[in-house]
Design a protein around this ligand. Structure first.
Ligand SMILES: Cc1ncc(COP(=O)(O)O)c(C=O)c1O
Length: 442
């Protein structure tokens, strides 16, 4: 098919509200997306919404042994949940060795980040029900709840719609549960990277809301199955939380006999320069949901789950899906893990991230075009005075062949490929600096 027909052909059969370009899978390379329709190339600052760790056509992905395994895995779509293969075991080994932190012995695989979070919630519901002595599958558990946060994005699946609350169009008009939603006490940063808002007051407000939710009925402490949070909220605005606050959540979860659930679908899998964002904060959860860059989505869970003998990781069929992830994704994920480890890409992205953050702070200082530059590794954002100013910047950058993302009401975020070089990141910084001048001149 002629690439120039792609968008029209698609539009005949489905909604086509994405980027007005046609990715050339052969000619796209590293941090550059080649548009098969126009012949132009775009600097990739969005990485398919933080889901593509090594950019396009990484030389390591051309390895003949890897390609042979990938071919085999793609020829038939086996149901990994019940039919096991060497290729699957090699992936699970690599993930458990290099990605899963010490002390988390349970894994579950599924396709889709929303479903990963949903299964973290299911693990918590099952655990809590049994902690309350409800072991009969006929027992009513409709009173169990997931405490969650404002500006959270956890997906658009059944349960996750009750905890996602970024924009109304994502969850409006669908039936939802009314579970406690707590203020999100996020940090603002000055041009030197210091927290510059009254973060203790913010956290006090959140803690007061948590305590009010727990105390709102005598049995409430017994109804909270999980406290769910993104260790850094992505879609909701790249909102960062202090380790002190995460430690408070750990304490509340322990006190309420609830599980602490982290959603690392966007922040996890080496994007922050560590396997998981929570490792920067140092407060361990009970369950972590992952997806996007890991290719295979799912959850890993720690020893608190074992307080229940027949937890969902032990009892058959409580959480499951036919394909249990996808074998092709498993083979690709294993190769990504190998290359990330072999090429030291976690450390590399920390260095490049620091360079971009410092560069963005310089631009912010000299132009006053934006503020609150924040981030770590490949996950970087800044804040504009108005949503319109942000939108104009994202548009202008796209018009000049640089793809970045909006988030929250007035933030712009970068999701950089882990392989981006300092020179390529300078291209991004120069593009932002030029855009601030153009936008200011309008
Ligand atoms: C933090 C977080 N959780 C869950 C999801 C949902 O993932 P998916 O779109 O793969 O269902 C996303 C997607 O952006 C996300 O950012």
């Amino acid at each position: 098919m002629n690439p120039n027909r792609v968008l029209d052909e698609l539009a005949r059969h489905q909604l086509v509200d994405g980027y007005p370009l046609v990715v050339d899978l052969e000619r796209s390379e590293g941090v550059w997306i080649h548009d098969a329709a126009s012949g132009q190339r775009y600097l990739d600052g969005f990485t398919c919404f933080a889901s593509m760790p090594l950019g396009y056509n990484h030389p390591g992905m051309m390895d003949p042994d890897y390609l042979q395994t990938l071919k085999l895995a793609s020829l038939c779509n086996v149901s990994n949940a019940d039919l096991y293969s060497v290729e699957m075991a090699q992936f699970v080994d690599a993930f458990a060795e290099h990605a899963t932190p010490e002390g988390f012995n349970h894994h579950f695989w599924i396709a889709g980040g929303g479903l990963a979070v949903e299964n973290a919630m299911k693990a918590a519901f099952d655990w809590k029900a049994r902690r309350l002595g409800r072991n009969n599958f006929e027992d009513n558990c409709n009173d169990l709840m997931i405490m969650h946060f404002r500006q959270a994005f956890h997906g658009r699946t059944g349960y996750t719609m009750s905890v996602t609350n970024t924009l109304p169009d994502k969850v409006g008009l669908f039936p939802k549960f009314n579970w406690p939603r707590i203020h999100n006490p996020s940090c603002r940063f000055d041009h030197d990277g210091n927290v510059c808002n009254d973060i203790e007051a913010e956290e006090a407000r959140a803690c007061a809301e948590i305590e009010a939710a727990i105390g709102s009925c005598p049995a409430c402490v017994n109804r909270i199955a999980g406290i769910l949070i993104e260790p850094m909220q992505g879609e909701g605005g790249d909102n960062h939380f202090r380790p002190e606050f995460m430690a408070r959540l750990r304490q509340y979860a322990d006190d309420c006999d609830a599980l602490l659930l982290y959603d690392e679908v966007q922040s996890g899998f080496f994007g922050s320069g560590k396997p998981w964002f929570w490792q920067h904060q140092g407060v361990a959860p009970d369950v972590v949901a992952f997806g996007k860059k890991s290719q295979v989505c799912g959850i890993y869970a720690g020893s608190r789950l074992d307080e229940i003998e027949h937890n969902v990781f032990r009892r058959s069929s409580r959480i499951n899906s036919t394909w249990g992830g996808n074998l092709v994704d498993m083979v690709r994920s294993r190769r990504y893990i190998e290359l990330i480890v072999q090429d030291g890409l976690a450390d590399h992205v920390l260095t490049v991230g620091d360079h971009v953050i410092n560069g963005m702070r310089e631009i912010a200082r000299s132009t006053q075009a934006f503020e609150n530059v924040r981030g770590v590794g490949s996950l970087i954002a800044c804040c504009f005075e108005t949503p319109e100013a942000r939108d104009q910047m994202v548009r202008d950058l796209f018009d000049h062949n640089v793809i970045v993302l909006p988030c929250g009401t007035q933030s712009m975020r970068f999701r950089l490929p882990l392989v981006m070089t300092i020179e390529e990141s300078d291209h991004l910084l120069n593009a932002v600096e030029s855009a601030t001048k153009r936008v200011a001149a309008v």
